[in-house]
Design a protein around this ligand. Structure first.
Ligand SMILES: [Cu+2]
Length: 172
């Protein structure tokens, strides 16, 4: 009898400890995701850097992929004539004179796939000079953590109740 109540108390303690751990994890995740919204000054190593060659009539490489919120630095170089590096949907339009290079930075704050186009008439196939700027949406793990935590706590509570019922029936 003394042993059974001790076991029940230790089970309650385990459930409470697990709940506290899960709430702490959720709290840390919530703080992190809210910190992510703040635009902090970028340091050198924060930049995701790309070098893109522009030539008649293509971008090399033609696809740039980043995560949403990343600081992006693009070095654009022209291999022949004057080209323009334009990203549809982003405020990016950089003209590069023949055989020159330009460098610029911005924050990839919008998720989606954006068309890269040449914004300087560079020859007969100029309209076909295109690429893609892909910004993957940063996964929001907070709701998943809360749901996962709630499921674990519920399972433990149901288990505890089942155990109590089983224990009472056993004694009768
Ligand atoms: Cu061009």
């Amino acid at each position: 009898m003394v042993k059974s109540s001790k076991q029940q108390i230790s089970l309650v303690v385990v459930v409470v400890v697990v709940a506290i751990i899960l709430m702490t994890i959720a709290g840390v995740a919530m703080t992190r995701s809210s910190l992510g919204d703040v635009t902090e000054p970028a340091t050198e190593q924060d930049y995701k850097e790309f070098t893109i060659w522009m030539r008649q009539f293509e971008f090399v490489p033609a696809v740039i992929s980043v995560e949403q919120g990343e600081y992006v630095r693009i070095n654009v170089k022209s291999a022949d004539v004057t080209h323009g590096f334009y990203i549809d949907g982003y405020d990016v339009n950089v003209k590069v004179n023949g055989s020159q290079s330009e460098s610029f930075e911005f924050v990839a704050d919008k998720a989606g796939t954006f068309k890269i186009r040449c914004s300087a008439a560079c020859g007969p196939f100029h309209p076909f000079m295109a690429g893609k700027f892909v910004v993957r949406q940063s996964p929001d793990i907070m709701p998943l953590l809360i749901i996962f935590g709630a499921i674990i706590v519920s399972v433990l509570l149901v288990g505890l109740l089942a155990f109590q019922l089983w224990w009472r029936n056993r004694r009768n």
